[in-house]
Design a binder for this molecule. Structure first.
Ligand code: ADP
Length: 418
């Protein structure tokens, strides 16, 4: 009895559509085996998957026997129909199994079942056969159409097994990345905690010594100790401020603050650095606007300082850096623009990641730990704001951030992913 072609196509189409929404691989494979059985008019079907390590087959799915004995049975490559299909990579039809040596009789014995005829097709992924689909015991001989049906279903099996293995790989990679991130966070938390106490002592004692010393010679040495210990303290604070936010423990001390004031203060604090590099550092705000928002002024000053410091660091002599502030009805926008070295497009959405630096730390000329922008991002987002960068290599960069006037206010979409 042959199944009408229209039914075959409809059923195969249905199975193909379901491929994209598999949630349970086992159920889907079962549906495919049922279709293979019914559409070829066979008594049953099984899927034998090749185990690369053991170099033999195991039953991945079967319709005909649910007993553990057969479920856990193994089928060798030599002396089995599955092995033949696997080795030759093409379909096989055996109408009378009794007269063919390729059939592995042990499974029949285990299941108390007699295989009379078999159609086996390879399940191929890329160029590799990874499993064999078998349908068996059709009352009439298997036809070319049966082979075509079995091969179509085998292609769906290949796609579902492949998808499943890719999903498993993605899951494993994500788990691994999460674990590494966790280890990194723990390491940072422990290291910064352990460093803070001795550093506090160094700074405290060095400051005390500075007060005791009169001789100008020693003052310079002590100043160097204090300056560098303060630098280390800043690094540790940067590390922990990201960590604090992530663990949700950072508390904002928000009140109405003039962003215009912050812009001016930050510009003044960087004027020496700008002068040393012969860079024109300018601010542009509208005189009538104070840019008042409810923020933690200290944190936003850190954000702006990190952006300005980078702009000055990555801009060559005689360049220019402009800090702008704009009041909008729903938000305040601050930008830092430079005409420095710029950032390659491929790095643009990674620069806000913790420890990310465009240049390798082995070859880079500048200091830093790749923390400034991640700290800025965390701090802006703490305020319900958004930060992003636009840049062209060799022409300069434009860093922008928005601070909502009211924290619950949705902000306009930004052009770049951060
Ligand atoms: P770091 O403190 O190491 O500079 P950041 O997180 O502040 O770390 O910045 C990450 C990286 O982004 C920098 O190392 C630099 O490669 C790049 N970058 C940041 N700002 C600029 C800029 N204005 N111009 C060019 N590159 C920049």
């Amino acid at each position: 009895m042959t199944t009408p072609r229209i039914n075959v196509s409809a059923r195969l189409l249905d199975l193909t559509r379901n491929l994209s929404s598999i949630t349970e691989l086992e159920t889907y494979l079962h549906a495919l085996l049922s279709a293979a059985k019914e559409l070829t008019g066979s008594a049953s079907a099984s899927l034998l998957e090749y185990d690369e390590t053991a170099k033999e087959f195991f039953f991945n799915s079967m319709l005909w026997f649910q007993g553990d004995q057969v479920r856990s049975a193994r089928v060798p490559v030599q002396g089995s129909v599955a092995g033949w299909v696997f080795l030759y990579g093409k379909p096989v039809v055996i109408d009378d199994v009794a007269t063919d040596k390729r059939h592995y009789k042990k499974i029949d014995e285990l299941a108390g079942f007699t295989t009379k005829s078999i159609l086996g097709v390879p399940v191929i992924v890329g160029e590799r056969t990874i499993a064999v689909l078998e349908v068996f015991n059709k009352l009439e001989p298997y036809t070319n159409e049966d082979i075509w049906i079995a091969e179509t279903i085998s292609a769906l099996i290949a796609a579902s097994l492949q998808t499943n293995s890719l999903e498993k790989n993605i899951q494993a990679t994500q788990d691994e990345a999460r674990e590494l991130e966790q280890m990194k966070n723990e390491f940072i938390a422990i290291a910064s905690h352990e460093l803070r106490t001795p550093l506090g002592l160094i700074l405290g004692h060095a400051t005390f010594l500075k007060e005791l010393l009169n001789e100008a010679d020693y003052q310079e040495q002590v100043d160097t100790i204090i300056r560098n210990a303060t630098k280390l303290k800043e690094i540790i604070e940067n590390l922990t401020s990201v960590d604090n936010y992530e663990s949700g423990s950072a508390l904002l001390k928000s009140r109405k603050v003039s962003v215009e004031r912050i812009i001016e203060d930050v510009a003044i604090s960087f004027s020496d650095m700008a002068k040393k590099k012969n860079i024109a550092l300018r601010t542009e705000t509208q005189p009538s606007q104070e840019l008042l928002v409810d923020i933690d002024g200290g944190k936003i000053a850190i954000v702006l300082s990190n952006l300005v410091k980078n702009a000055l660091t990555f801009t060559n002599e005689k360049g220019q850096v402009v800090i702008r502030g704009e009041q909008h009805p729903e938000y305040v926008k601050v930008t830092v623009q430079d005409n420095g070295i710029g950032i390659p497009t491929s790095d643009l959405n990674r620069i806000f990641d913790r420890f990310y630096q465009v240049e390798s730390h082995l070859t880079r000329k500048h200091g830093g730990m790749g923390l400034g922008l991640s700290v800025a991002k965390v701090m802006v987002e703490m305020h319900g704001g958004r930060i992003w960068a636009e840049s062209k290599e060799g022409e300069g960069s434009l860093f922008s951030f928005l601070l909502p006037v009211r924290k619950t206010q949705p902000l306009p979409q930004t052009p770049f992913k951060t």
